[in-house]
Design a protein around this ligand. Structure first.
Ligand code: TMO
Length: 314
C-alpha cells in the first residue's frame, strides 16, 4: 500500500512537471516563417518539404521567390526567415558577408558534401572524346570537340545562370590560359542545362556544363573536371590569381537571428534538419526526372519519409 502510494505520488508529480514544462515553453509565433525559393529543383522541393514540416508543428509559412545571392541580405534584415541550401562554393561569400554585418546566424550543416563544378557526361570520358579528361589540362587540346554554333570556333563552357556565379568561370578560363580556346555561355536557367545535356547525349556529342552534387545527375553519374585544388582566397573575387577549381564544400542552413526566439519549435526542427546526398538527389529527381511539380514532389517526399523528418521535430 505504502509502495503503491509512492508510485501514484511519483506519477502525479511527473504529470505536474510535464504540464509545467509545457506551459513554460513559449509557443511559436503565428507570424509566417518566410522561406525563399530559388532556381534549381532540390532547393524548391526542399523549401516545400521544410514548410510542410513547420506546418506539422502548427506554424504558418510563406514562400517568396528570391535571388540566391541577395537572399542573405534579406535574411539579415528579416524579410526572409531562413535559407536551407547555402552552397559553399556559390554562396559562402554572401553568407559570411551578411553574418559579419549582423542579423544572420549559422543554423547548422547538412550531412551532404557538395561540389559545384564544370564537368562532362560520363560518355565523353568513356568514348575518349577528349583524351586526358577529367584532368583540366586536357581541355587545351580539344576546344573543337566542345564548340557549338554560337561559340565562334572556340569550345563552349555552358555555365548556369549568371546570378549564381558572376564572372567566376570566365575569370577561371583566363587565369588557366584557356581564354583563347573557350568561351563561357550562361544558361537562362537550370532546365536549359538539362535540355542541352540530353540532346548532346542523343547525338553522342561533347559537352562541358556547370553541374553540381547532390543533384539528380548523381544517379546516372557525371564526371567533374579536376582543376588545380581550391584553397581559401584563390579566386579573383577573393584576391587570388583564379587558378583553382571549386571547393569540395559544405551545405549549410542560415536563419534570421530572431527565429530561435519567435519560433522556438520550428527553429529547433530546422537546426536538427540534415539531408544526405541521396535524399537531396531524390528531391531534384522527383522534378527533373519524374516531372512532378515542386509542391507535389514535396508532398510525396514527406509522405514517404516520415521516419526521416519526424525525428527533426522531436
Ligand atoms: C547553387 N547550385 C546548386 C545551383 O550550384
Amino acid at each position: 500500500m505504502k509502495y503503491l502510494g509512492r508510485i501514484v505520488f511519483a506519477a502525479a508529480f511527473a504529470i505536474m512537471i510535464a504540464a509545467g514544462m509545457g506551459q513554460a515553453k513559449a509557443a511559436d509565433s503565428s507570424s509566417p516563417i518566410v522561406i525563399p525559393t530559388h532556381n534549381w529543383s532540390s532547393q524548391v522541393v526542399m523549401a516545400y518539404i521544410i514548410g510542410g514540416i513547420f506546418e506539422s508543428l502548427g506554424d504558418n509559412v510563406e514562400y517568396v521567390p528570391a535571388d540566391s545571392q541577395a537572399v542573405y541580405e534579406a535574411i539579415r534584415n528579416g524579410d526572409v526567415t531562413i535559407s536551407h541550401e547555402v552552397w559553399q562554393s556559390t554562396f559562402g561569400a554572401s553568407f559570411y558577408n551578411a553574418m559579419a554585418k549582423g542579423g544572420l546566424i549559422d543554423a547548422g550543416t547538412h550531412e551532404a558534401e557538395t561540389l559545384e563544378e564544370m564537368g562532362v557526361p560520363n560518355y565523353v570520358i568513356e568514348n575518349n572524346l577528349c583524351p586526358g579528361l577529367p584532368n583540366w589540362e586536357a581541355l587545351a587540346n580539344c576546344q573543337d570537340v566542345f564548340s557549338t554554333a554560337d561559340s565562334d570556333g572556340k569550345g563552349r563552357w555552358l555555365e548556369g545562370p549568371q546570378s549564381w556565379h558572376g564572372d567566376l568561370m570566365p575569370n577561371r578560363l583566363n587565369a588557366l590560359g584557356l581564354g583563347d580556346k573557350y568561351v563561357v555561355k550562361f544558361a537562362g536557367g537550370a532546365d536549359a542545362i538539362w535540355a542541352e545535356l540530353s540532346s548532346a547525349k542523343k547525338e553522342g556529342r561533347g559537352i562541358i556544363t556547370f553541374n553540381w552534387t547532390p543533384n539528380f545527375t548523381d544517379a546516372e553519374g557525371f564526371s567533374f573536371i579536376e582543376f588545380p585544388p581550391y584553397y581559401d582566397g584563390c579566386r579573383i573575387a577573393d584576391g587570388g590569381d583564379g587558378k583553382c577549381g571549386s571547393p569540395k564544400g559544405w551545405l549549410k542552413k542560415a536563419a534570421n537571428y530572431k527565429f530561435p526566439k519567435t519560433h522556438p519549435a520550428a527553429y529547433s526542427a530546422f537546426s536538427k534538419l540534415s539531408f544526405t546526398t541521396t535524399q537531396i538527389g531524390q528531391m531534384a529527381a522527383l522534378v527533373d526526372v519524374d516531372k512532378m511539380s515542386h509542391q507535389d514532389a514535396a508532398k510525396a517526399w514527406l509522405a514517404a519519409n516520415e521516419d526521416v523528418w519526424k525525428a527533426f521535430t522531436e
